[in-house]
Design a protein around this ligand. Structure first.
Ligand SMILES: *Cc1c(COP(=O)(O)O)cnc(C)c1O
Length: 410
């Protein structure tokens, strides 16, 4: 049987080995975790402070405040920005649920604005269309590490007096005109959950250049204590969102290799871009020279099924058979989830009740670009981009093979 036969049609797969595993660790994690263990200082101390300072510096921000995860970091950030019950916050529907659920959790109302077809990030024109007298903030998501158009979003925020919180949970290392994400807006939040490019299993951080905002966020994450106040003096309504020294130890070690990994992912993404850009039916994301570094949490492209002559499902199946780890990723817009579709029916449980009685009906929300992207996106996870160049070239080869012999699968 010739090597041009698709694996799905009984041919030889392009690749039969393993792809890089995630998470990764080495002696650095082992040494730092053991150091914390043996020191007996397990609680919110020196290592947490050190990681906050080093990660903030890595992204070019003045202040860093850690939290238990990326979700609670967004919630604390929104509260610190002064968002209160009933305020409207504009969010994209192509994201992880936390982008929108955090808004609901603090009692505010998420308003969905559509994304751009070639960046998959918030479309500033759509944001402007969704602004009402109640709009207080916008949460751009740097999807897959692609930086949202912060020039236009910042201009919009200034014009309409809105706060900007970047959901940077995919963009550790991404830069816009040489500046790291996170402090491009008023503040930005990151996640260190296990699927992310730098991880301690769980964890999160908020970055900002605004000292007062950082202090308020610190208070919210540390039981409402105020800087310099007594231990049992609780000035604000806070919560316990503290990281442990064990997590900080792992994160410090992980941060030590983030730069090199980011460069490797970028170089491999360029190889993939070159291999895929002329394949009919494959649509790469737009090139934007203002995005001076890109973290590539996901290597993402879109399919034109008609040109390709294959459905996405069949395309993914064929590539998986060739040994390539691709998937369709998030398969529906955030507002299509029950938490929003049922929200107007009144309080049924704790999560949907904050939206009840606010006059919102998410069953009528439509973001056609996001809906189309959910039907045609293809995802390759970041750890694949840590493979060596020769292995990366096989991804291009496999896509080319499936596209060329698509007619065998119809
Ligand atoms: C992972 C993620 C979050 C939430 O982070 P957790 O640490 O899992 O709470 C928020 N936004 C986006 C876009 C994410 O991918």
């Amino acid at each position: 049987m010739s090597s041009t036969h698709l694996a799905l049609a009984g041919g030889k797969p392009v690749f039969q080995g393993a792809w890089p595993a995630w998470p990764v660790f080495n002696e650095a994690e082992r040494r730092l975790v053991l150091e914390v263990l043996e020191s007996g200082r397990w609680w919110y101390g020196e290592k947490v402070r050190q990681f906050e300072a080093e990660f903030a510096a890595f992204q070019g921000a003045r202040f860093g405040v850690t939290a238990t995860n990326g979700t609670t970091a967004i919630e604390a950030g929104l509260r610190a920005l002064g968002i209160v019950e009933g305020d409207e916050v504009i969010v994209p529907p192509y994201s992880f649920m936390a982008t929108a659920s955090s808004v609901v959790t603090i009692g505010a109302v998420p308003v969905f604005a559509d994304i751009q077809p070639d960046t998959l990030c918030l479309d500033p024109a759509e944001v402007e269309r969704k602004i009402t007298p109640r709009t207080r903030a916008v949460i751009p998501v740097h999807v897959a590490g692609y930086v949202a158009d912060m020039d236009r979003l910042t201009a919009l925020a200034q014009k309409h007096n809105l706060r900007l919180l970047e959901d940077a949970a995919h963009s550790w290392g991404s830069q816009w005109k040489g500046r790291g994400t996170g402090a491009l807006g008023d503040c930005g939040t990151f996640s260190f959950q296990v699927s992310k490019n730098i991880t301690a299993g769980e964890g999160g951080i908020l970055l900002t250049d605004d000292e007062a905002l950082a202090d308020l966020c610190r208070s919210f994450t540390n039981c409402g204590r105020r800087k310099g106040s007594a231990w049992y003096d609780h000035e604000y309504l806070g919560s316990n969102l503290r990281l442990t020294e064990f997590q900080a130890a792992v994160l410090l070690a992980q941060l030590g290799r983030l730069e090199e990994q980011t460069m490797r992912r970028q170089a491999n993404a360029r190889i993939l871009d070159d291999a895929l850009k002329n394949v009919p039916g494959i649509r790469l994301l737009a090139f934007d020279s203002r995005m001076t570094r890109r973290s590539y949490h996901i290597y993402l492209f879109r399919l034109d099924e008609a040109t390709l002559g294959l459905s996405r499902d069949r395309f993914l199946e064929a590539l998986n058979a060739e040994g390539i780890p691709v998937s369709k990723g998030w398969y529906r817009p955030l507002y299509a989830n029950g938490v929003f579709q049922n929200a107007h029916r009144g309080p049924a449980h704790g999560i949907i009740s904050p939206l009840a009685g606010k006059g919102v009906d998410y069953t009528k929300v439509q973001c056609p670009v996001c809906e189309q992207v959910c039907r045609d996106a293809v995802w390759i996870p970041h750890q694949v981009l840590l493979a060596d160049e020769d292995q990366i070239r096989l991804v291009g080869e496999a896509v080319g093979k499936v596209a060329a012999y698509a007619s065998d699968l119809r």
